[in-house]
Design a protein around this ligand. Structure first.
Ligand SMILES: NC(=O)c1ccc[n+]([C@@H]2O[C@H](COP(=O)([O-])OP(=O)(O)OC[C@H]3O[C@@H](n4cnc5c(N)ncnc54)[C@H](O)[C@@H]3O)[C@@H](O)[C@H]2O)c1
Length: 345
């Protein structure tokens, strides 16, 4: 199989720490042809590490006919998605697709019109921890899933970061981190119909105008329940996930250098887990899936509509918190692309 040729747009933290090592591991299937960043030194350094060309101009990447796809690793995505689609490049875009439904729709429409693949990089779905939980569920070890409870907290980006401002990040811990957890809840439980949230800012450094504490409860048509909590300005990074079925439970905790997954069923087990969450494997698996979709012109398991739906739920959580009331979030919109079985190309 020919290697897929990629133009990376944005060579900051997520590229250097996660996508770059994944590309190195997948070098049989992919060639990074360009690394583009507005910051010249980042573009050059990133390119040197993967043997690619570098540029500060997006057009240079998009005009290159040898480029099959772009990997968008910038904080804002709409303009880059639209221009990449117009240039007939397939698109892997970091989460969230965008911060407003209008911008998400523009991205989805641009990809649909150009008949290119649009995958959003929701790496949690590809993490070995989550895949173990899914395996236990598929083997019936947990029984029917009734309840999910997911917590993620970290100290957060330093003051002055784009992540601390609504204008550049669209929101705080819920839009940036909680959205991964909402993706997991949807993956395992389907579409919620009602949502109740408390979203606030408390004890945040000066210059922060986004939420640093969020809790949301989602209600499902079959009676199931999903609870998502996200926090910034929590000094020790912590993940705690619980999945409760009618026959057993799965617990995962990553805190203070300790990582443990326990499947509490008959018989109980503790499958080995990678040394961090989310793991490098999660990014490698996610990028491998994208490459396979591009090679076979296949729908990704997680696309623009999925990310749009999660942005919709985050925005609903903001409304719920402001009003103090539950919000009706029943929707059949999110899977219309999949339901119609539309394949790009
Ligand atoms: N999946 C995950 O676990 C995960 C983790 C971290 C970040 N992310 C996502 O990745 C994206 C980037 O986050 P980050 O932490 O790498 O941010 P960052 O600030 O570290 O890096 C962003 C880079 O993009 C560059 N950039 C900005 N606009 C650009 C443009 N128009 N053209 C070219 N380059 C541009 C900046 O110069 C910077 O180097 C965000 O969407 C974020 O939500 C995902």
């Amino acid at each position: 199989m020919e290697r897929i040729r990629i133009g990376v747009i944005g060579a900051g933290g997520i590229f250097r720490g996660a996508h770059l090592p994944a590309y190195k591991e997948l070098s049989d299937a992919v060639q990074v042809r360009w690394v583009c960043d507005l910051d010249e030194s980042r573009a050059r350094e990133g390119a040197e590490k993967v043997g690619a060309r570098w540029t500060t101009r997006l057009e240079e990447v998009l005009e290159d006919e040898e480029v099959d796809a772009v990997d968008i690793c910038t904080p804002k995505h709409r303009r880059i998605v639209e221009e990449a689609a117009t240039a007939s490049k397939h698109i892997l875009c970091e989460k969230p697709l965008e911060f407003s439904l209008e911008d998400c729709d523009a991205c989805i429409e641009a990809a649909r019109k150009a008949k290119v693949i649009l995958m959003v990089a929701e790496n949690y779905l590809f993490d070995p921890v989550i895949m173990e939980v899914e395996k236990a569920l598929n083997e019936g070890r947990l029984g029917e899933l009734r309840r999910i409870r997911l917590f993620q907290g970290w100290k957060g980006a330093p003051p002055g970061s784009w992540r601390r401002r609504r204008e550049t990040a669209g929101g705080g811990c819920l839009m940036d981190d909680g959205i991964h957890l909402i993706a997991l809840v949807r993956h395992f439980m389907g579409e919620p119909v009602k949502l109740h949230a408390l979203v606030k800012r408390f004890g945040a450094p000066e210059g922060t105008d986004v939420e640093n504490q969020a809790a949301l409860i989602m209600d499902f048509p079959d009676g199931g329940m999903g609870v998502v909590e996200a926090g910034l300005d929590i000094q020790q990074g912590l993940f705690r996930f619980e999945f409760h079925g009618d026959k057993g439970s799965a617990f995962y905790e990553s805190s203070g250098g300790r990582r443990e997954l326990r499947i509490l069923s008959d018989p109980p087990s503790s499958p080995p887990v990678p040394p961090r969450f989310p793991s490098i494997e999660s990014y490698r698996n996610e990028i491998a899936h994208f490459l396979e979709c591009v090679a076979r012109l296949k729908m990704p398991i997680y696309g623009g509509e999925d990310s749009r739906r999660e942005v919709e739920l985050v925005l609903a959580a903001y409304r719920s918190s402001l009003s103090g009331e539950a919000v009706d979030v029943a929707s059949t919109e999110c899977n219309r692309e999949k339901a119609e079985g539309k394949l790009p190309g």
